[in-house]
Design a protein around this ligand. Sequence first.
Ligand code: C2E
Ligand code: CA
Ligand code: CA
Length: 404
Amino acid sequence: MGIAEQNGTKVALVMGDVKRFRLINESLGRQDGDTLLREIADRARRSWPNPDSLAHINADSFAGTLVDFKDEAVAVHALEKAMKAVTGPPYTIGEKELAISMSAGIAVFPADGNNAETLFKNAEAALKQGKASGERYTFYQPSMNARVAETLLLENKMRRAIDNKEFALYYQPKLDLATGRVSGVEALIRWQDPDNGIVSPGEFIPLLEETGMILEVGAWAIHRALTDQRQWRMRGLQAPRIAVNVSAIQLRQANFVETVREAIMKTNSTPHGLDLEITESLIMEDVEDSIGKLETLRDMNVNIAIDDFGTGYSSLSYLARLPVQLLKIDRSFIIAMTRDAESMAFVSTIISLAHSLKLKVIAEGVETEEQLQFLKLLKCDEMQGYLFSKPLPFEQITSLLETY
Ligand code: C2E
Ligand code: CA
Ligand code: CA
């Protein structure tokens, strides 16, 4: 930096990491994951203008400097070139061919900091921001640190929430349209934040996924749901089937099936009525792996529902191969259905198709009597939505079950 100062030139500190490395590493295994990182580092060294500055700073992130430029465009050009060399041709690891992508954050001396520590902190903030927005590279902006600080704060709060058992499950009933009876309930997680009250999953699940904390919380949810279901049985209620949402990160774990088996055993839940709701896009990401796991679960009498159906791109031929028992039509189609003919036709087609594959169909987010009447006409099997009931805390859903 001293030389740059004398010459009136700039230095960029670039921090880069491999996108979704956690998932790549999980699917490759530890050893191949390490091999991949070594090859990435080799390519980076061969393409970086001053390779001596490159350092591997932790698992999947690298840092390096670009020196002596006057215009940021020059730094971007060098960075682009190196990125192309590193992420262009696919990597061959064992038998697998693998494409990677990277994101980078850039902090420039002297504008973004005049010591290494500040530059590091700011390059890291830029990287985090860029990852959130999907950019390949992002220059530091002063407002970023506030946002990063907020995320860190939330991350800490999530850890505390796990330790203090601040999560709860609410239950939303599903109605059988032919009999009018409650056929099951869906467990929907809530965070009881001591500072802000009840927080919806949309606000914290993404963070739990990004930090890996979803594994702990997801396993807890399955365990909790089965415990509650057992309570109902012990109170002499006709215990409904219970559905738990499962995240991509959970399904991809090699021991996912084991986690489910353990929860069933530990809660003495035989016979159990457990369903898992998995989004369409998630199953399709690695179909072969998913099919294997889902088949084992089916053999354990765990039913699988494809969640948010219609929003992904699953080809219909795959649908026939998947060991699933239920399709949940996404709420967006239920809303659109009564407004335009095309959506109505789509819902109608899904229902007939599902029935021809011996799958049950459930409509989510039903809010109006009109929607309900159409769904009955189209022979949809079940419905769930505010029209019948919002998600309810344990005591309230228990009262509801007592009257049904
Ligand atoms: P989802 O699985 O699609 O769940 C349905 C969402 O729609 C729920 O939001 C539910 O409260 C809401 N909903 C149900 N009926 C109606 C209706 O008639 N109108 C409207 N406007 N909304 C309705 P919620 O509880 O906020 O959950 C959001 C998402 O968070 C869920 O979407 C699910 O993907 C995820 N989630 C919830 N619990 C868990 C969990 O334990 N683990 C994981 N991995 N994800 C969870
Ligand atoms: Ca769901
Ligand atoms: Ca949905």
